[in-house]
Design a binder for this molecule. Structure first.
Ligand SMILES: Cc1cc2nc3c(=O)[nH]c(=O)nc-3n(C[C@H](O)[C@H](O)[C@H](O)COP(=O)(O)OP(=O)(O)OC[C@H]3O[C@@H](n4cnc5c(N)ncnc54)[C@H](O)[C@@H]3O)c2cc1C
Length: 294
């Protein structure tokens, strides 16, 4: 299998890359780790006229903490996975990264590539939405931050403009009395999951649920947030019954999965209900463990 002919540019700076995007717009696709784009080109599902290879742009590979944790778009998934700042301050991301494919793919695949690709079965869009991450979009003439809720706009689509590149993703640092969990079920380790979710649970000083976010992969045309299930937890004392109810609401009311080759819609709903309960219990345990260490 061979891709359709294309022109290839490998700019050495972000300015040059943005100039190419300004000139060619939609015709020019960014090449990051190539782990999704190159197979799509080989199958001719994608036929970009121009590739703008971002791999020589060192300024897009970095991780720094400054009130939030900012990860440059070209940081590989494996670099982020092994980074201590990520493990300490964005533990949900740290937990989700090993579920992406296999180490060889994570050595090439990038944080920005996965987020920009917006695959509904991917782990990182779900994590970004659950944590209310922000994406930095830059063009030759401007830059803007896009909230995760505004960024993912449907199947493999985002609100990045044709002349923009995603240059960084900013994650809020984990707060006090907040627990998290990422869980998924795949047929084999490294496969795209049949269902997965990122859960964030925060308690107030009285131990009541102050905030809950439940975001699922592979049950919609993008990361799917179960808002009714999350709302059912607010103000409640965490309990097995509350978590079971949240799982039922998420799987029956918040989602209408399409099913796929490996899982019927009913099976995806069953998995969602079970995973929701498990993730909420795990998130709660993590809050309690932190409290006992204080
Ligand atoms: C066998 C296999 C299994 C996989 N399993 C999983 C899995 O379980 N979970 C999962 O999440 N992923 C999986 N992937 C995909 C992998 O995570 C990719 O690395 C990721 O989806 C894309 O990242 P990339 O850096 O390779 O981007 P690329 O493939 O280079 O690009 C993907 C898309 O994003 C655009 N893009 C990239 N960077 C930018 C940017 N900075 N600004 C604007 N647009 C940009 C490109 O133009 C392209 O359209 C798998 C891949 C393979 C080959």
């Amino acid at each position: 299998m061979k891709p359709a002919p294309f022109k290839y540019f490998a700019p050495a700076s972000l300015e040059e890359a943005l100039a190419l995007k300004a000139e060619y717009g939609e015709e020019a696709k960014a090449l990051a780790g190539g782990q999704s784009l190159i197979p799509a080109m080989n199958f001719r599902v994608a036929q970009p006229a121009i590739l703008v290879d971002l791999n020589r742009i060192a300024s897009l590979r970095n991780i720094h903490k400054n009130g939030a944790l900012t990860i440059g778009a070209m940081t590989t998934q494996s670099t982020a996975e092994k980074n201590m700042l990520v493990a300490q301050h964005v533990p949900l991301l740290h937990e989700a990264l090993p579920s992406i494919a296999h180490p060889q793919i994570r050595n090439r695949g990038t944080i920005g590539g996965s987020v920009a690709h917006a695959d509904p079965a991917a782990e990182l869009p779900v994590v970004c939405l659950a944590l209310r991450a922000r994406m930095l979009a830059q063009s030759q003439s401007a830059e803007r931050w896009i909230e995760a809720q505004e960024f993912f706009s449907g199947l493999f689509s985002t609100t990045l403009a044709a002349d923009e590149l995603l240059t960084a993703v900013e994650f809020p640092l984990v707060e006090e009395r907040t627990g998290y969990a990422f869980l998924e079920v795949a047929r084999r380790h490294g496969d795209y999951a049949m269902v997965g979710l990122a859960a964030v649970l925060s308690l107030d000083e009285n131990g009541l649920c102050r905030q809950a976010r439940l975001v699922y992969l592979n049950v919609g045309d993008g990361p799917l947030e179960a808002t009714q299930a999350a709302a059912s937890l607010l103000g409640q004392k965490p309990s097995a019954k509350a978590f079971e109810d949240a799982g039922k609401i998420a799987s029956q009311e918040d989602m209408q999965p399409f099913g796929n080759l490996h899982a019927s819609p009913q099976y995806q709903q069953h998995l969602s209900a079970v995973l929701t309960q498990r993730a909420l219990h795990l998130a709660l345990d993590r809050i309690t463990q932190k409290a006992t260490h204080l």
